[in-house]
Design a protein around this ligand. Structure first.
Ligand code: RTP
Length: 148
């Protein structure tokens, strides 16, 4: 099953948007495979965002992500990586369509509430980084009402 790593960033946790974000993925029909609230270390975040290490906004991004706990989740289902990112909206919330999470709930790129893996490969890397003990699959009876 395709899996993705979705993370509610510290602003999303503090603003009480965890439930809203979880609900959107649940209502879509995706399967919740793992969920944790975590106070990430600087080193952990630098590993997660390693691809962005050269960007001018990198230090600001790490400091933002250190302002409080994050809620990390693994969601599974058909096309969940690409569609998950569509559900989050564009990186810059001012470019995000209404109806997306960022389009509905935020304004600035430096406070854009959530993260979603950008490919199947990076999703698997991120899941291994954030859930090093592994994520257990389970059968969902409701799948017969969601998939043809
Ligand atoms: P994410 O990883 O959080 O889902 O975001 P993304 O792929 O859509 O965007 P990416 O380019 O990977 O950037 C990661 C996060 O860095 C912050 N950012 N700040 N110009 C800026 O100040 C700037 N650009 C990006 C955002 O929090 C973005 O989500």
């Amino acid at each position: 099953m395709e899996r993705t790593y979705i993370m509610v960033k510290p602003d999303g946790v503090e603003r009480g948007l965890v439930g809203e974000i979880v609900q959107r993925f649940e209502k879509k029909g995706y399967q919740l495979l793992a969920l944790q609230l975590l106070h990430p270390t600087k080193q952990h975040l630098e590993q997660h965002y390693a691809d962005l290490a050269g960007k001018p906004f990198f230090p600001k991004l790490i400091n933002y992500m250190l302002t409080g706990p994050v809620v990390g989740m693994v969601w599974g289902g058909k096309g969940v990586v690409k569609t998950g990112r569509v559900m989050l909206g564009a990186t810059n919330p001012l470019d995000s369509a209404p109806g997306t999470i960022r389009g509905d709930y935020c304004v600035d790129v430096g406070k854009n509430l959530c993260h979603g893996s950008d490919s199947v490969e990076s999703a698997e890397k991120e899941i291994a980084l954030w859930f090093p003990d592994g994520v257990r699959a389970y059968k969902r009876h409701v799948d017969s009402l969601i998939y043809e």
